[in-house]
Design a protein around this ligand. Structure first.
Ligand code: ACO
Length: 329
């Protein structure tokens, strides 16, 4: 799916993020599984990640992020009429985390639902919220992306354990005077879905096998997929919007692995200093990754009014998604 923005301009008017306090370093991980700080740094660029406390579920991470985004937008929870939560680790399958969040935030008039698109969830949710606002179905949307992947990792599997962390981010979308969002490109390839899966997590009966309920990943295949779609999706949305790579001021890719990110900037021809990187401190936070990076970039003063911002996510499905926008805050 690809499209150039048409209709009333819509933009992000508030951003927030939250990560748990607990820092888990590579050295600590190497006391749990057969790995080392050197191996993890060299293959992934990840130094440490945050891990949710036992009593923290997804909505506990999402709530502070949501409150910060709402406050920055200068609105209140009751002003929201749409709340989307992109996650693969909701508090439970139902009630949805979005409905729970809407209740806590006082968003009593809001439609609220969860969205499953793996690490690409936030990008899919952004596009959906954008479409609902443009269609006139909603005036103010909160889009949350977050995951507590530490709950679905096999803590004896070094090939997945070292990659992921917990965190959440949120943005408010509203109609504004000038765009805002310029276009989106989203896609899915279920044929490759098996390379990143959570067996035993749904209605498909599984043979009693070890590892059910934990993330299974074919790292090499996911690596190849990620490096390919980060480039093709970004190029597609830029072309559709009539923009050139040189025009991109801030590039926010899904924070999976420094090697994947370096490959993308090199292939795309985006100067590395224009890319936001925080995977070294948080690991891969799945749906939380892009809004977390967005919030950090804003806090660091790296997002300025008028900047052309390119975001691309990719993950389980396999799925991918890009958004191009002019920063209007
Ligand atoms: N510590 C030490 N050794 C390890 C570890 C570890 N944590 N994990 C694997 N190894 C070993 C392997 O067993 C293998 O040993 P062998 O040669 O004796 O068999 C060796 O290291 C090399 O393994 P590879 O899988 O070939 O290592 P590679 O260079 O491909 O790196 C990695 C693995 C980091 C997982 C890489 O494939 C990758 O990043 N893939 C993408 C995964 C990803 O980003 N997933 C996120 C979810 S989806 C998304 O966000 C896009």
């Amino acid at each position: 799916m690809i499209g150039k923005a048409q209709g009333p301009p819509v933009s992000i008017t508030g951003v927030g993020a939250y990560v748990p306090d607990r820092v888990l370093t590579n050295d600590e991980l190497s006391t749990l599984v057969d790995t080392s700080d050197e191996w993890i740094m060299e293959r992934t660029g990840i130094r440490e990640r945050r891990i949710a406390a036992p009593e923290q579920a997804l909505t506990d991470l999402a709530l502070p992020a949501a409150k910060a985004a709402i406050a920055q937008a200068g609105i209140e929870g009751k002003d929201l009429d749409l709340l989307l939560c992109a996650t693969v680790t909701p508090d439970m399958m139902f009630p949805t985390s979005s409905a729970l969040l809407a209740d806590t935030l006082g968003a009593n008039e809001a439609a609220a639902y969860d969205l499953l698109a793996g690490c690409t969830g936030f990008m899919y949710a952004l596009a959906q919220a954008y479409g609902m606002l443009v269609a006139g179905l909603a005036e103010r949307a909160l889009v949350v992306g977050g995951d507590v992947l530490s709950r679905i990792l096999d803590w004896t599997d070094r090939s997945t354990l070292v990659l992921f962390g917990d965190g959440a981010g949120a943005v408010v979308l509203e109609k504004v005077e000038k765009p805002g969002f310029l276009g989106f490109e989203l896609g899915a390839d279920g044929g490759g879905g098996i390379h990143l899966s959570l067996p035993g997590s749904g209605s498909r009966s599984m043979e009693e096998a070890t590892g059910n309920g934990y993330v299974h990943m074919n790292g090499r295949e996911v690596f190849k997929f990620a490096t390919r779609v980060l480039v093709s999706s970004a190029e597609a949305v830029l072309e559709r919007c009539g923009a050139a790579v040189e025009d991109v001021d801030v590039y926010i890719p899904h924070q999976a692995n420094v090697r994947i990110l370096d490959h993308a900037v090199q292939k795309l021809g985006i100067p590395r200093e224009r890319m936001i990187v925080n995977v070294d401190r948080y690991g891969n936070t799945s749906s939380g990754s892009i809004p977390l990076a967005l919030a950090e970039a804003q806090a660091d003063g790296r997002l300025k009014k008028g900047d052309l911002v390119l975001m691309t996510g990719m993950g389980a499905g396999l799925t991918w998604g890009s958004a191009l926008m002019e920063w209007t805050q």
